[in-house]
Write a protein that binds this ligand. Structure first.
Ligand SMILES: *[C@@H]1O[C@H](CO)[C@@H](O)[C@H](O)[C@H]1NC(C)=O
Ligand SMILES: *[C@@H]1O[C@H](CO)[C@@H](O)[C@H](O)[C@H]1NC(C)=O
Ligand SMILES: *[C@@H]1O[C@H](CO)[C@@H](O)[C@H](O)[C@H]1NC(C)=O
Ligand SMILES: *[C@@H]1O[C@H](CO)[C@@H](O)[C@H](O)[C@H]1NC(C)=O
Ligand SMILES: *[C@@H]1O[C@H](CO)[C@@H](O)[C@H](O)[C@H]1NC(C)=O
Ligand SMILES: *[C@@H]1O[C@H](CO)[C@@H](O)[C@H](O)[C@H]1NC(C)=O
Ligand SMILES: *[C@@H]1O[C@H](CO)[C@@H](O)[C@H](O)[C@H]1NC(C)=O
Ligand SMILES: *[C@@H]1O[C@H](CO)[C@@H](O)[C@H](O)[C@H]1NC(C)=O
Ligand SMILES: *[C@@H]1O[C@H](CO)[C@@H](O)[C@H](O)[C@H]1NC(C)=O
Ligand SMILES: *[C@@H]1O[C@H](CO)[C@@H](O)[C@H](O)[C@H]1NC(C)=O
Ligand SMILES: *[C@@H]1O[C@H](CO)[C@@H](O)[C@H](O)[C@H]1NC(C)=O
Ligand SMILES: *[C@@H]1O[C@H](CO)[C@@H](O)[C@H](O)[C@H]1NC(C)=O
Length: 557
């Protein structure tokens, strides 16, 4: 019946059916197209390069920060703007002691001294400019990875043929423009044509007579600390907390204030990701960020294996650089000034409280309140600071990585370690720890980083008896002993005295910590290890050179 029905159907009915089918298909197809466009379309990203940097940093898409915790990148490691070759900097040519500079001063000297007998050479006078020239030439030839900046006039060493001299330098691999100091002792002999030459040079920081006396420093913060024995400080570091000064200065400012969120006591990568979001928002809103310098260090990095509060930002990062690059005010100073103002004036400071991170930076752009106070009251994970920078906001907020450098005090340790090896060393980064134990995600890592596997692999990449620095999260000091019959092995713990209780670092961090000694914790170790690794001549990486396992677990590469 049905079949006969359909055959006897008038043409019109079939046509309508056909048309409606076609229409529906067109409709479905159109929806599909729009969906595809909606999914794949992303507006042009003005910060593509920073996105790339961001990827480098986290290498995770879901922001759980399961990154390699044995290496730490900060702003200076990601800078591509400051060229790796110092010559490319407009500044560098001005104060770098190059061969051309030395030749010039030599020529000047030749013009001045018309003496042809070399009699004046025989009683060595360290302040003779020709001594410095000899030393400058020697250094330039010996330390190829170093850029020499200012020299001081040499002074007497401990014996008549010796001179001590101090200079400032930077490593060519260091992408920040920080300068470091070295002072060494040189034995001076005679060269041809009334010149001096260096017979030999002692090691890193050996020229103690040329070491500038350090400024004595009086504890300034409130009387209670004044009794602590006089301490010394690196007079090239100025990371004091800036004060706003007068009431009026405070009132004129515009502030962005973040209450503590769920980020507190999370890992350091999480901290950085969140902190830089806050700073990025402040810059977007053209406001001063109120900054809590007190950090909670997550258990993974502490000696006690528990979260530890009250760590100073300045233990880890360069606050001086941050102060120069960004507008910030310390929380304690800020809250003090705020209270003072509200007490002294009838009219309170205008505050806009923002409870949810769903309020976007773009919505706050027009707000004229003196203080915008984000409060992060939502339950975890909606109370993470970095939520502010997600979604639409990600297109407007740029994380200012360049403001974040590693602590200069830690970098002094890095310089000291590399300097003691005369900057002539190779390094291997050996990732072990939790990853080596996790056979599911990294099936071969443990075996590939065992001493028996390391020896033959390294022999293919590093010459025998080179200085070999091992940057590692392997806690057992003697683990790498097998390598000692092939290389001069250096581990971070070989340099314990650099943060021990007689060290400069100890004195200086104690000063920041109200007179209490500071632990050299796991995070500081990672920072130092990372930077020494970057200064090596040959660098062997776990995940490209030692094992075929993938960095982020099985099947991720
Ligand atoms: C993020 O990734 C980790 C491992 O890569 C996984 O365990 C976790 O469940 C992921 N989280 C989310 C929210 O996708
Ligand atoms: C040049 O030197 C000045 C001050 O010495 C410094 O602020 C600036 O960052 C330097 N520029 C570069 C490109 O190194
Ligand atoms: C040294 O003297 C020569 C000629 O005697 C002159 O050409 C040159 O410019 C002088 N150099 C300096 C640095 O005074
Ligand atoms: C050493 O040389 C400097 C510079 O040439 C000179 O000023 C000083 O008097 C000399 N000292 C002695 C002890 O000769
Ligand atoms: C340096 O040593 C020379 C002799 O070697 C001596 O004449 C001179 O006084 C010494 N200078 C200082 C500053 O001690
Ligand atoms: C010393 O002077 C002579 C003649 O002026 C010159 O040939 C020679 O190259 C000079 N030696 C050095 C090391 O400068
Ligand atoms: C340090 O304090 C002492 C005594 O309180 C004072 O005499 C000295 O001038 C101070 N030094 C500095 C550098 O402030
Ligand atoms: C340190 O820096 C602050 C500004 O942050 C400045 O006011 C102060 O004078 C500096 N102190 C020294 C000793 O340079
Ligand atoms: C940022 O704020 C400063 C001072 O409040 C003002 O001079 C400047 O014009 C502002 N810039 C922008 C882009 O709003
Ligand atoms: C430094 O530490 C050592 C061993 O831990 C201890 O014997 C010594 O008394 C300490 N010195 C100071 C000045 O605290
Ligand atoms: C550290 O401070 C102590 C006094 O508290 C001082 O004796 C010592 O020389 C200082 N060490 C360094 C390396 O500055
Ligand atoms: C490590 O592996 C990378 C990537 O395969 C390669 O470029 C580099 O030369 C290797 N390093 C050494 C020391 O062989």
């Amino acid at each position: 019946m049905k079949e006969s029905n359909s055959t006897t159907d008038p043409i019109g009915q079939n046509l309508i059916k056909l048309i409606s089918n076609v229409c529906f298909s067109v409709f479905v197809f159109t929806v599909l197209i729009f969906t595809v466009i909606a999914i794949t379309y992303q507006p042009p990203d003005p910060w593509e390069s920073s996105r790339a940097l961001t990827r480098v940093f986290t290498q995770v898409k879901n922001a759980t920060f399961q990154t390699d915790s044995s290496i730490l990148k900060t702003g200076e490691d990601m800078t591509t703007a400051v060229a790796a070759t110092p010559e490319a900097s407009p500044n560098a040519s001005m104060d770098t002691i190059t061969e051309a500079v030395i030749e010039k001063s030599e020529e000047k000297l030749r013009n001045l001294t018309v003496r042809s007998d070399c009699e004046d050479l025989f009683a060595l006078n360290c302040s003779d400019p020709r001594v410095l020239i000899a030393i400058e030439k020697f250094n330039l030839k010996t330390f190829k990875s170093i850029v020499f900046l200012e020299y001081q006039t040499p002074v007497n060493g401990s014996r008549p043929s010796e001179c001590d001299v101090a200079w400032r330098f930077r490593n060519k691999k260091d992408k920040s423009w920080r300068k470091y100091r070295d002072f060494r002792r040189f034995r001076i002999g005679h060269g041809e044509n009334c010149t001096f030459k260096v017979i030999n040079a002692r090691g890193w920081h050996s020229g103690i007579n040329a070491r500038r006396p350090r400024n004595r420093f009086n504890m300034t913060k409130s009387g209670e600390n004044a009794k602590v024995a006089p301490l010394f400080r690196d007079d090239e570091i100025n990371d004091t907390i800036p004060v706003l000064g007068s009431d009026m200065v405070f009132r004129k400012g515009k502030y962005l204030y973040y209450s503590r969120g769920g980020d507190y006591c999370k890992g350091m990568n999480h901290y950085l990701w969140s902190f830089l979001c806050a700073l990025g928002e402040a810059q977007y809103l053209n406001r001063t960020l109120v900054m809590d310098l007190s950090i909670c260090l997550a258990a993974t990095y502490t000696g006690s294996k528990k979260d530890e509060e009250g760590k100073d930002f300045r233990f880890y990062f360069d606050f001086e650089h941050l102060k120069e690059e960004a507008s910030i005010v310390e929380e304690g100073e800020f809250v003090g000034d705020w209270k003072k103002w509200d007490k002294a004036h009838k009219k309170k400071i205008p505050v806009r409280k923002v409870a949810s991170s769903k309020v976007t930076p773009m919505q706050l752009k027009k707000d004229k309140s003196t203080i915008i106070w984000r409060q992060f009251d939502a339950p975890e994970p909606d109370n993470y600071w970095y939520r502010v920078c997600e979604g639409q906001a990600a297109k407007y907020i740029e994380r200012p990585w360049h403001t974040l450098w590693k602590s200069k005090r830690l970098m002094n340790i890095v310089s000291e370690i590399s300097g003691r090896m005369d900057w002539d060393f190779d390094a291997v980064h050996v990732v072990r720890g939790e990853k080596a134990q996790n056979k599911e995600l990294w099936p071969h890592l443990d075996a590939d980083t065992s001493p028996d596997a390391l020896v033959p692999k390294l022999q293919g990449m590093v010459q025998p008896w080179r200085n070999l620095y091992i940057a590692t999260n392997e806690p057992f000091y003697n683990y790498f002993d097998k390598l000692r019959s092939h290389y001069k092995v250096h581990l971070l713990d070989d340099y314990k005295e650099l943060w021990g209780n007689t060290s400069e670092w100890y004195n200086e961090t104690r000063l920041l910590n109200g007179g209490r000694p500071v632990d050299f914790d796991g995070y500081m170790r990672v920072e130092v290890d990372t930077e020494v690794l970057y200064r090596a001549k040959t660098r062997v990486e776990t995940f490209y050179n030692l094992t075929s396992d993938c960095k982020d677990g099985i099947n991720t590469c």
